[in-house]
Design a binder for this molecule. Sequence first.
Ligand SMILES: NC(=O)c1ccc[n+]([C@@H]2O[C@H](COP(=O)([O-])OP(=O)(O)OC[C@H]3O[C@@H](n4cnc5c(N)ncnc54)[C@H](O)[C@@H]3O)[C@@H](O)[C@H]2O)c1
Length: 252
Amino acid sequence: MKIEFSGQTVLVTGAASGFGLEIAAAFSERGATVYACDLAEEKLKETQKQIGGAGKSSIVDVTRRDEVEKWVQAAWSDTGRIDVLVNNAGGVLGQVGKPVEVVSVSEWEAIVAVNQNAVFWTSQAVSPAMKEARSGRIINISSGAGLGISKTGIQAYASAKAGQIGLTRQLAHELGPWGVTVNSVAPGFVLSNSSTERQWEALGSDGQKKLLDEIALGHLGSPSDIAHTVLFLASKQAGWISGIVLPVDGGK
Ligand SMILES: NC(=O)c1ccc[n+]([C@@H]2O[C@H](COP(=O)([O-])OP(=O)(O)OC[C@H]3O[C@@H](n4cnc5c(N)ncnc54)[C@H](O)[C@@H]3O)[C@@H](O)[C@H]2O)c1
């Protein structure tokens, strides 16, 4: 099976590091014109190198509906199409687990804003282009926490990712008649950046062994495991798959 995206316009959020960078580079290598966005200006320079001259990296806060709308409109008017949207921006924003009664409004809202609300803003913004073309792919990066619990005890993260999964199913039904598929990838724990490296170190050898023992394949995955899954769901070969949540976690 040869998967390629020549002539296609692909939007990736949170593309300055981790999975997003890997995903943006993987689409670019396979011929797509990639529009990458993130808040991290310095790191986006590396993304720009990876996505080459045809691609464009931009500073966009995906929690801001107005910024998202401008970014999507620019990609549509530059290229005349939007084939794929990957909602990858998210995470726990450096937060740690706390007892429910002491979580502040701003801590709760910040995580919900990027992991759930932003997916709604971007999906709204790409829908006119995808409906007009009667085709499109939306892929949301959720988490094992959205199917179960946040192992680090972050209530907003588990809630927002579960909400994002609900939105995935709902939009799959709404947009399906226009030939648009909407799916979710739920990664297990992956060393994707310096903060996941620190989380891994903090587990200590007993904690690391326990985590590995819970994985059927007995080892951690890599950002490319996530990127390859996204490429498949975005491909024409995955045209009859919609509304699913695909765990990519080495087996539970
Ligand atoms: N690494 C893991 O183990 C793991 C597991 C399950 C799910 N995930 C999910 O995968 C996605 C990527 O995670 P990662 O590990 O690569 O993390 P990461 O922190 O390396 O990447 C997330 C990117 O999103 C960007 N971002 C955050 N807020 C933003 C905003 N408001 N607007 C635009 N960009 C913003 C960050 O700057 C960062 O570059 C996240 O949604 C995360 O929840 C990660």
